[in-house]
Design a protein around this ligand. Structure first.
Ligand code: HEM
Ligand code: HEM
Length: 278
């Protein structure tokens, strides 16, 4: 999917965006701006309006994406145009400003453009890395089927533990009730260490010791050991699945609100320009 939006139709939108920015740079270099290039020259207005039109078009992706999903189509061409025209917006708005940067409300729009594009690049990276990691981690299993398997392992462990001893039964029940897979937001985004469950590990050690000492229940204890180890492996997969999915999508919680802030900043920018003009 990721490669398809980057390379879509042999980099068609990269070529379109490059041709557009090349023409605009040539105009910028050769236009006669007095006393110096700025957003108020004829080219400055043209670039500002073009930037605003592209901004609105890019912002409509969210709506289009959802409509298209409903009709089972694909969004590859829109996303491909989105990433290249979105990147071109940096050049268009820089030329529009005539490199006149000062800490004011006009600059806020420019700064937000940079942030939206930066988060977009992270998104592109995330789309290129995490879908493969999710598949490598879970294969064909979904999170729901993994949880179903955990429940199945729990039920089988309880049934076996009941036949071993009341103490084991109580411990397995306790483990089931206390077991949580809930990485914090920080862990979801940054941590690369495997899920750890100290109770489960100590129970596995207890079972191992009992296998050596309790000969009558050895077969059941071996089975119990395998079931608990199987559950631990599944919990680790579920935990990674939660983290990879978060890493795949969290940037959209910046990209979209920053887009809204950018639209508001540009609207204020244009309002102020015309307010002082009249
Ligand atoms: C993505 C959209 C836009 C961004 C990020 C943007 C950003 C900027 C920036 C950074 C400046 C330089 C400010 C300064 O001189 O201190 C500027 C100037 C200007 N912009 Fe925009 N702009 C956008 C759209 C527009 C639009 C749609 C218009 C008008 C229709 C417009 C009209 C102007 C004008 C007239 C100036 C010159 C202001 C002056 O020299 O005092 N801009 N813009
Ligand atoms: C100022 C420029 C940009 C604006 C205003 C913008 C805005 C948006 C919006 C509104 C969405 C829809 C999100 C949703 O509803 O799920 C979106 C999605 C996205 N944007 Fe941007 N974006 C910009 C630039 C970029 C750039 C430069 C890139 C990459 C280099 C990029 C990559 C993406 C990706 C990968 C998606 C997700 C598409 C999907 O899930 O199918 N964006 N953007």
């Amino acid at each position: 999917m990721h490669d398809s939006f980057v390379t879509y139709k042999n980099f068609y939108f990269l070529k379109v965006a490059s041709a557009l920015t090349a023409v605009l740079i040539i105009f910028y270099l050769f236009h006669d701006a007095y006393p110096e290039p700025n957003g108020g020259s004829w080219l400055g207005y043209l670039l500002g309006i073009l930037g605003a039109v592209i901004l609105i078009w890019l912002s409509l992706l969210g709506i289009r994406k959802r409509r298209y999903r409903e009709s089972q189509g694909n969004t590859v061409s829109w996303v491909s145009a989105h990433i290249y025209l979105g990147s071109a917006l940096i050049i268009i708005t820089t030329l529009h400003s005539g490199f006149q940067f000062a800490l004011n409300i006009h600059f806020l729009g420019y700064f937000l453009t940079l942030l939206v594009v930066l988060t977009g690049f992270y998104g592109l990276y995330a789309y290129s890395v995490y879908p493969d990691k999710i598949t490598a981690n879970c294969g064909d299993l979904t999170r729901d089927t993994m949880f179903d398997e955990v429940i199945d392992l729990d039920e089988r462990s309880l049934a076996i533990a009941e036949s071993v001893s009341a103490d084991f039964y109580a411990q397995i029940l306790d483990l089931i009730e206390s077991c949580r897979v809930k990485p914090s937001l920080f862990q979801q985004i940054f941590s690369n260490s495997d899920y750890k469950n100290a109770n489960l590990e100590s129970l596995v050690n207890r079972i191992k010791n009992s296998i050596n000492s309790d000969h009558d229940n050895r077969d059941n204890l071996n089975l119990l050991h395998d079931l608990i180890i199987g559950k631990y492996a599944l919990l680790k997969k579920i935990d990674w699945d939660i983290r990879y999915n978060c890493r795949l999508n969290w940037w959209l919680y910046l990209h979209v609100p920053l887009t809204l802030a950018l639209i508001a900043a540009v609207a204020i920018h244009v309002f102020i320009i015309f307010y002082y003009w009249w």
